[in-house]
Write a protein that binds this ligand. Structure first.
Ligand code: SAM
Ligand code: SF4
Length: 344
């Protein structure tokens, strides 16, 4: 069995490339499928059948897989997500270990996507542990609406979490909102102003068919062009060039430097430049949010696989990646796992 890889012994690196030539550099890791909110577009009020404790990867197992990805496969960015990643009791330790992983071009950039509820307590230790950035979800600035949308009266905690992230110097702070018809589509301008006034970047996401309740409907989805039209009534928007593999198309707001982004995954898919691969909290590797198959890295690991075998399994998963998500195809099937269990 080979020893875990260290940077000193890394040979010339073969990128993690699929059959369409897409090079994968971004690993999204779900730290837990559990959550402190119940956003209607994500989970039903009662939650979902949670993953069983013994199926969840330990921190050593998570770090082992991430280590192979960074040292041998050219992963340069790690995004921790969930569920709510900050609910994982040892999240600070996870960040410290991920941020110290040796890669051929240095350690990866580690960021987190969070609902911010635990940021007042954790922003400083996370920064000390090497967390580079935070993406925070906030769909409304209205307390009653927030309560309805997330089924929890916690808007004040989210706002405190954003302030905490700011005060420890995370930059840029990206704020994410899912745009929903007759729910928050009258707040797109206010949310953007809130972000711009504080130096954050607002990004609006098209709702995707990934909710546990299977209530998504294309008709209710607010599309990227609709979002843009609403913002254009209040702001002068100028396209930001060089999008690269980023999911968000961005615009300078009133000449910049502030920007606003739109993630139009459904109406304008960006699958052609996708560089993302996802690991679920129970150790299943997915080449796409919408993948119908998963590679079982947990069983491999627990059966004693060495780094060569882990590398081969990850490469094989990416080799099978489909060209696109095919939401528009009549044969499209929503994945069995909801977004909260895949890692958004
Ligand atoms: N709990 C954390 C949070 O809310 O930021 C991280 C996990 S959450 C699944 C990641 C992102 O996915 C959030 O920005 C959330 O708004 C988004 N999301 C969840 N369900 C979605 C859906 N059906 N369509 C589009 N975005 C969704
Ligand atoms: Fe929790 Fe995030 Fe899903 Fe909301 S979107 S229920 S915060 S996992």
């Amino acid at each position: 069995m080979s020893e875990p890889t260290t940077s000193a012994e890394v040979p010339a690196l073969e990128p993690l490339v699929d059959r369409f030539g897409r090079v994968h550099r971004d690993l999204r890791i779900s730290l837990t499928d559990r959550c402190s909110l119940r956003c209607t577009y994500c989970m039903p009020a009662e939650g979902v059948p949670w993953l069983k404790g013994n199926t969840m990867l330990s921190t050593d197992e998570l770090v082992r897989i991430a280590g192979v990805a960074v040292a041998r496969l050219g992963i340069t960015e790690i995004r921790l997500t969930g569920g709510e990643p900050l609910l994982r009791p040892d999240v600070v330790d996870v960040v410290a270990k991920m941020a110290a992983l040796p890669g051929p071009n240095g350690s990866p950039e580690v960021s987190v996507t969070t609902n911010a509820l635990r940021l007042p307590a954790l922003a400083a230790p996370l920064a000390d542990a090497g967390l580079a950035r935070v993406n925070i979800s906030i769909d409304t600035l209205d307390r009653e609406r927030f309560k309805e949308l997330t089924r929890r009266d916690r808007l004040h905690d989210v706002l405190a979490g954003i302030a905490a992230a700011d005060s420890v110097g995370f930059h840029p702070i990206k704020l994410n909102a899912v745009a929903m018809r007759d729910v928050n589509d009258d707040e797109l301008v206010d949310l953007t102003r809130y972000a711009v006034d504080r130096g954050y970047e607002m990004r609006f996401i098209e709702q995707m068919p990934l909710d546990a309740g299977h209530v998504w409907s294309r008709v209710k989805m607010v599309t990227g062009p609709e979002i843009l039209a609403a913002l254009s009534e209040a702001f002068t928007l100028t396209p930001v060039p060089n999008r690269g593999s980023a999911p968000a198309e961005r615009w300078y707001v009133d000449g910049g430097p502030a920007t606003v982004g739109v993630i139009a995954s459904v109406s304008a898919p960006f699958c052609g430049t996708c560089d993302r691969v996802r690991l679920t909290a129970d150790g299943q590797l997915r080449s796409c949010l919408f993948a119908r198959i998963e590679s079982d890295l947990r069983t491999l690991l627990r059966d004693g696989a060495d780094d060569d075998a882990l590398e081969a399994a990850i490469r094989s998963c990416i080799a099978g990646k489909r060209a696109g998500h095919d939401i528009d195809d009549p044969t499209f099937l929503q994945p069995d796992r909801p977004m909260s269990a895949i890692g958004g």
